[in-house]
Design a binder for this molecule. Structure first.
Ligand SMILES: [Zn+2]
Length: 92
């Protein structure tokens, strides 16, 4: 096996310089979003004279102090994610 010596090639300057890796990011559209509101705890209770009543159902898993958020046909706990469906008025 005879190996032919590789002919030295003249280093030709590149005709066109490689384009720089330029990533064009799509313009971000900023949506006007309402600021996140903190839960208003005082709205979860109702005080009537000397008695206090809770307006939301409490989470079964988390216990007292964790109220379920109402989403139309279901109740969801924001702490543990527990969801229960309420049997509301059926349509149709
Ligand atoms: Zn929970």
């Amino acid at each position: 096996m005879s190996k032919a010596p590789a002919a030295p090639q003249p280093a030709a300057p590149p005709a066109t310089p490689a384009p720089a890796a330029e990533e064009k990011k799509p313009e971000k559209k900023e949506k006007p979003r309402a600021p996140k509101r903190r839960i208003q705890v005082h709205k979860l209770y109702k005080v009537d004279g000397n008695s206090l009543s809770r307006l939301r159902k409490e989470c079964q898993r988390c216990g007292k102090g964790y109220f379920m958020a109402e989403h139309g046909d279901r109740l969801t706990c924001g702490n543990c994610g527990y969801t229960t469906y309420v049997s509301g008025p059926r349509k149709g």
